[in-house]
Ligand binder design. Structure first.
Ligand code: SAH
Ligand code: SF4
Length: 437
């Protein structure tokens, strides 16, 4: 989501006549788009702002902006922590950026805006040779998971009209984009109760169906769904919609029903196993990954073991493991953060090892097989080593040329590690890739 917001920031500024540079040292303005989900991300952003402040002593016209969730979370405090910061803009007010840049002095823009905006209010400037894009379909979150700062920083759910989303997808398809990833904090809650069910299908599935028939778009992904709303129509959509990729990132957070209840996650480990089983039955090749938090207040060894067991039984092929980080303003921040840092680290390491083994096992089943890969770009600048992703979200390295970017090529898998597959593009007698779309 932050990546999409950063793209919107840069598009907005380019439309106003600013030029994007990849050399921070010559920039007149540096904007840090920040994340508040864990403390570590905030510490990093503050460190970076401190480093940038030194440049301001040499060039007083140089501007530093902090935007995104940390701007919302810290507000005015940021100016006290670093007097060199010029402006602070929260995620709901990013559309004010151009005006803010043109004014002088320190300024703070957080809270709800006078005029509601969505990131697509601005022309999208797509980078050169881009064939994949994020597409925000909603903002905010109505859940109140006890540990999570997102509802505080991004507010309640708001859905983009379906027409606008389809229109943006058409624009993307017309500009070389072959794969779209729909974004939302609970993406499968799109439409909520504001949009009707039609023929027993949720608004999210209705949207998927409309996107599935768009010429030019070859692949559709989405991030992140919530287990509570993972309804049967979505599982059926995976089976029936040819462009919907067989890959699901389904954050579980914990395998202990006690901890799930404490976190206010409204499901149990059984519900996770049911969804996973239904998904695998509908699409045997599906890749399923997850997010897990270790060391939530009160998490005992038994709770943790239940999480490890759920990870193993569900056979997730990948997971992001997070050590619990208390966030000011959340409910769990009022609890004692009683799992020692060393214990959080131990649990983290145990799960990481499990994840690595599971990923390797998952990857190894593709050795010798030919997989369809969307060629995305150079793996290393200036070489013919390219990278791309398979429909079930495995990253693949292979030799190809720049002309292949945006094409779906068949790649025979020769080797694998925990994180990546390597292979060879299969060509016909004319030297063309066998699959071209
Ligand atoms: N909306 C998504 C999650 C968005 S935040 C969902 O509900 O699934 C991305 C991930 O960050 C979460 O899945 C969670 O695993 C992690 N996370 C959020 N708050 C955290 C905290 N306070 N400490 C550690 N990890 C956290
Ligand atoms: Fe945060 Fe929970 Fe909303 Fe996800 S569902 S963004 S974890 S409050």
């Amino acid at each position: 989501m932050n990546e999409r917001d950063s793209e919107m920031i840069s598009s907005q500024l380019q439309c106003a006549g600013y030029e994007l540079t990849d050399n921070e040292k010559i920039a007149d303005v540096v904007i840090l788009n920040t994340c508040s989900v864990r403390e570590q991300a905030e510490i990093k952003a503050l460190g970076k702002a401190g480093y940038l402040a030194r440049r301001k002593r040499i060039n007083p016209n140089f501007k530093i902006g902090i935007v995104g969730c940390m701007a919302e979370n810290f507000g005015e405090k940021l100016f006290k922590l670093n007097g060199a910061i010029d402006f602070v803009i929260g995620p709901k007010r990013l559309h004010e950026l151009v005006n803010v840049l043109e004014s002088n002095g320190q300024s703070l823009h957080i809270g709800d805006p006078q005029r509601q905006h969505f990131s697509h209010d601005f022309d999208r400037k797509l980078g050169k040779n881009k064939c994949t894009a994020f597409l925000s379909i909603m903002h905010g979150c109505n859940m109140r998971c006890t540990y999570c700062v997102v509802p505080k920083t991004r507010g309640n759910e708001q859905y983009r009209p379906m027409e606008d989303i389809v229109g943006e997808a058409e624009f993307l398809a017309g500009n070389g984009i072959r794969e779209i990833t729909l974004l939302g904090q609970i993406v499968n809650n799109y439409g909520g109760r504001l949009m009707p069910m039609i023929d027993g299908k949720t608004p999210f599935v209705q949207l998927l169906e409309r996107l599935n028939v768009l010429p030019g778009i070859e692949r559709i992904r989405y991030m992140s769904p919530h287990p509570q709303n993972f309804s049967d129509d979505l599982i059926l959509a995976h089976k029936n919609l040819s462009k919907l990729c067989p890959s699901v990132h389904l954050p579980i957070q914990s395998g202990s029903n006690r901890i799930l209840a404490a976190m206010r996650r409204p499901y149990t480990s059984d519900r996770i196993l049911t969804i996973v089983a239904k998904l695998r039955k509908a699409i045997p090749s599906v890749g399923i990954s997850t997010d897990i938090i270790v060391g939530y207040p009160g998490e005992t060894e038994k709770d943790f073991e239940e999480t490890v067991a759920l990870f193993d039984i569900a056979k997730f092929n990948m997971a992001f493991i997070f050590k619990y980080s208390p966030r000011e303003g959340t409910r769990s921040a009022e609890l004692v953060d009683d799992v020692e840092e060393s214990e959080k680290e131990r649990r983290n390491q145990i799960l990481l090892q499990r994840v690595q083994k599971a990923s390797l096992r998952y990857h190894q089943q593709f050795l010798g097989k030919t997989m369809e890969v969307l060629v995305e770009g150079h793996a290393r600048r200036g070489t013919d080593m390219m990278f791309g992703w398979t429909p079930n979200h495995c990253k693949v390295l292979f030799k190809a040329s720049e002309n292949d970017i945006g094409k779906i090529s068949p790649v025979q898998i020769d080797s694998s590690t925990t994180t990546i597959l390597s292979g060879t593009v299969m060509k016909n007698a004319q030297g063309k890739s066998l699959v071209q779309r």
